[in-house]
Design a protein around this ligand. Structure first.
Ligand SMILES: *Cc1c(COP(=O)(O)O)cnc(C)c1O
Length: 369
């Protein structure tokens, strides 16, 4: 590895990228993968066939560039989201990571800054860095919660041009109250900032958690980003999207690559959205397993954070590294997100969750009640 770095350092790499490491959770060949918050249920058979049919209809026409405006996809996404949104309010890209990159390309960049509130999604600083945007880590607190007044003050004082709010937040799983979004939006008015609410896990939220989609009307700097990677069980298809005022989408047209969404991606996503009910059928099961994990970890004397997502962050571990390794040896891969004393686990199927809980309690020398 160091030899490779040595060779890399001879290339005319941008100064700000020198010494940086690429993003990447370990991709290990383990039977039970609960490390990157995927939907561990496969794509149901009938949806699988619909996607294959839709993609195969495109193959003969692959000599032509795809619909640059992905009009059908924007219509399907608007219909799925509801809230009175129309295709003009929608934008999409290859994963919500690319959507976030488009936002930083358009609204961040050299001489500008973005603020996020750690512990939060580890891609925010990396996307900021790759777009030449200065990243400002906001101050969190011990309980991983973000209060409206506190967040608003930090956003105001930072003068950031882009604000990242993540709800439910990765890696804590906790959703933000809409009062936080409203207060942050108000406070970002002076800097005329774009406020992004990353709702990658929205479909897993408890029924009394309200989406920031309800706040879009009348707030032209507010953006709600979503993905088909989690609840839709389509991480491999790479499709993320956002809802915003139409002007925001127009700004993103200035920075996207020509024809950035392939005909195959568009066809697969359209077929999936047409079958969203079947695809989302497992979400309730996953939520049940998520709640079961929280309860069981509490019974084991650990401290799981309340979760509105398909994963649980838990603390109270004396030797998280040892537990992570022990679980790996039992065939279960979870995630060390770098918070001392904590690990994060994705809610899998009932069977996967049982193996995780049994293995963990064995490692802790306890039994799950
Ligand atoms: C998984 C995740 C995403 C989704 O990324 P994709 O590029 O759409 O796969 C976005 N935001 C957060 C916080 C995530 O955890």
């Amino acid at each position: 590895m160091s030899e490779q770095f040595e060779r890399l350092s001879r290339l005319p790499l941008r100064d700000d990228l020198r010494g940086k490491h690429p993003y990447g959770a370990p991709q290990l060949d383990v039977p039970i993968l609960l490390n990157v918050n995927e939907n561990t249920y496969g794509v149901p058979d009938d949806v699988r066939q619909a996607i294959v049919d839709a993609v195969s209809r495109e193959v003969g026409g692959l000599n032509r560039y795809p619909d640059r405006e992905f009009s059908d996809l924007r219509s399907n996404l608007a219909r799925y989201l509801g809230h009175g949104l129309t295709p003009d309010n929608l934008w999409a890209a290859n994963g919500s990571n690319e959507v976030l990159q488009h936002l930083l390309q358009a609204f961040g960049g050299p001489g500008r800054s973005a603020i996020g509130f750690p512990p939060t999604y580890s891609m925010y600083p990396l996307l900021a860095s790759s777009t030449g945007t200065r990243y400002i880590p906001g101050e969190g607190n011990e309980s991983f919660t973000l209060g409206a007044e506190d967040a608003a003050r930090q956003v105001h004082d930072s003068g950031a041009n882009v604000v990242f709010l993540c709800s439910p937040n990765n890696p804590t799983g906790t959703a933000l109250g809409l009062d936080v979004v409203e207060a942050v939006y108000e406070a970002s008015g002076k800097a005329n900032a774009i406020v992004i609410v990353d709702e990658a896990y929205a479909e897993f939220a408890h029924s009394d958690t309200v989406s920031a989609l309800t706040l879009l009307k009348g707030r032209e700097r507010l953006v709600v980003s979503r993905t088909m990677s989690k609840a839709f069980a389509m991480a491999g298809a790479r499709l993320g999207y956002l809802a915003s005022a139409p002007e925001v989408a127009d700004a993103l047209r200035l920075v996207r690559l020509p024809y950035h969404l392939s005909a195959i991606t568009q066809a697969a996503a359209n077929a999936a959205l047409t079958h969203s009910t079947q695809l989302l059928a497992n979400v309730e099961d996953i939520k049940t397993q998520r709640d079961r994990i929280v309860e069981s970890l509490r019974a084991l004397g650990l401290t799981p954070a309340p979760s509105d997502a398909n994963f649980v962050l838990f603390g109270g571990l004396e030797d998280p590294q040892g537990i992570w390794q022990g679980l790996l040896e039992a065939g279960v891969l979870i995630r060390d997100v770098g918070i001392p004393g904590h690990l994060r686990v994705t809610a899998g199927t009932e069977t996967e969750t049982t193996v995780f809980l049994d293995s963990l309690s064995a490692l802790l020398g306890k039994t799950v009640s």
